[in-house]
Design a protein around this ligand. Structure first.
Ligand code: CTP
Length: 404
């Protein structure tokens, strides 16, 4: 989607096995539209060759502060001034210690020190053995570099090259790209707590069967990602869906509408925005059987009785927080026809200031959608685009409606 179009990234590699991931990271940054200038320490060159990084970035790699290619012989100044961000991935324990001390005896730490602090952000993707990561010296250094203005992107957990298991793995290339995209996004929801419901609900008939629908959860999760990028603290209450959780988003998994309602009630207290994208089942079986319902041999189908589920959105819209203007509620409507008329009526019925309409069968499971935003003034269309693009537009729209 070219999410990093126009961005020039200095990708710094310090020494660590995770250098092998930096090759894929470089490729993905370029795929997202960034230009990438690779700078490697001598230790990094023990793990991966500059030839690989040059081929992937399409630029010769810098490795020395004495590089005579620069007319003024100051690569540390030239490279850092051109960058929209410096991303050090992998960032070794030693390199973090060097940053803390303001060392400048090799090109990468020199250009980090020489960068204009206010204009060129420094992002670090640490990578090291779990004991090195947990060591008080490393933890102390991390606090210090963060205080000095660096952004620590965190580490993954799992199997390590040394054979041990724990914290300290470098984040995966796609996670780092997601972090970088989030870093550049305007923080229109800074300081807000956003609660989102997503996906279908599953209403059990017996231990092996139930009633559900075709909602994929993709729109809700795309909105969660966009809200987090915009600086919000985001929680998604998700029905049974197979969608990965965006980075930095808290996820609560539920099955039924009643479970979804309980989870929403728990998190609504502190929320300032509630976006109900879930396709909640309107009814649930009156009695879920604790044992599998068997054929009785008569040829007759069992008679099923249903009771109506609580309306989670309507209840939130009637809460004191919402009525006093501290909670902004947004509803979704998945319709099959007459979208504007149904969405307009549904907005009033649910008591929400904004209702987002879409045609259910045309979007369930798809990666794109078209949205109709209905409020008390009228309506506005967000034309067909990827759910990712629509989510960003919707978040911008919602942010503009919030009290300052
Ligand atoms: N919703 C909810 N709880 C329910 C039903 C719906 O929170 N029990 C929310 C949905 O998440 C969505 C909005 O209400 O934001 C509209 O959902 P929809 O199923 O279209 O509305 P219904 O009231 O069920 O209307 P319909 O008669 O079209 O089924």
């Amino acid at each position: 989607m070219n999410e990093l179009a126009g961005k020039h990234i200095v990708l710094g590699l310090s020494g660590g096995v995770a250098c092998y991931k930096a090759a894929e990271l470089c490729r993905q940054l370029i795929k997202e539209g960034a230009t990438v200038q690779v700078v490697m320490t001598q230790a990094a060159e023990q793990f991966i060759t500059p030839v690989t990084m040059q081929a992937l970035s399409g630029r010769t790699v810098y490795g020395s502060q004495w590089d005579a290619r620069e007319p003024n012989n100051m690569p540390h100044i030239n490279l850092s001034r051109e960058a929209d961000a410096i991303l050090v991935a992998p960032c070794s324990a030693d390199f973090i210690a060097r940053l803390v001390q303001g060392r400048a005896d090799e090109l990468l730490s020199l250009l980090c020190l020489a960068r204009p602090l206010q204009r060129v952000p420094l992002l670090l993707a640490p990578a090291m053995n779990r004991e090195m990561w947990a060591h008080p010296a490393t933890q102390r250094n991390l606090v210090q570099v963060a205080q000095d203005g660096a952004v620590i992107l965190g580490v993954g957990s799992g199997d390590q090259a040394c054979g041990e298991t724990g914290d300290g793995r470098m984040l995966e290339p796609e996670e780092l790209v997601e972090e970088l995209v989030a870093f550049f996004a305007p923080k229109v929801l800074a300081g807000r707590k956003v609660l989102i419901t997503a996906g279908p609900t599953f209403e059990a008939l017996d231990p092996v069967r139930g009633i559900t629908n075709l909602s994929s959860g993709k729109m809700g999760f795309a909105i969660a990602r966009a809200a987090r990028e915009a600086g919000a603290d985001v929680t998604v209450v998700a029905g049974p869906v197979h969608v990965p959780t965006p980075r930095g988003v808290q996820r609560v998994n539920v099955q039924s509408a009643l479970e979804m309602q309980a989870a929403v009630e728990r998190h609504l207290q502190s929320a300032s925005v509630f976006i109900a994208t879930a396709a909640v089942a309107d009814w649930r079986p009156a009695h879920a059987s604790s044992q599998k319902i068997k054929k009785d041999g008569s040829g007759d189908a069992p008679t099923l009785a249903f009771v109506e589920n609580p309306d989670i959105l309507a209840a939130a819209a009637k809460s004191r927080q919402a009525l006093e203007g501290h909670l902004f509620c947004v509803g979704f409507a998945a319709e099959s026809h007459d979208l504007l008329a149904h969405a307009t009526a549904k907005r009033v019925r649910k008591g929400v200031p904004l209702l987002v309409g879409n045609i259910g069968p045309a979007t369930f499971g798809q990666d794109d959608n078209a949205l109709l935003l209905v409020d008390s003034e009228g309506h506005r269309e967000l034309p067909r685009a990827s759910k990712r693009v629509l989510a960003k537009q919707l978040i911008e729209d919602i942010a503009s409606r919030l009290p300052r």
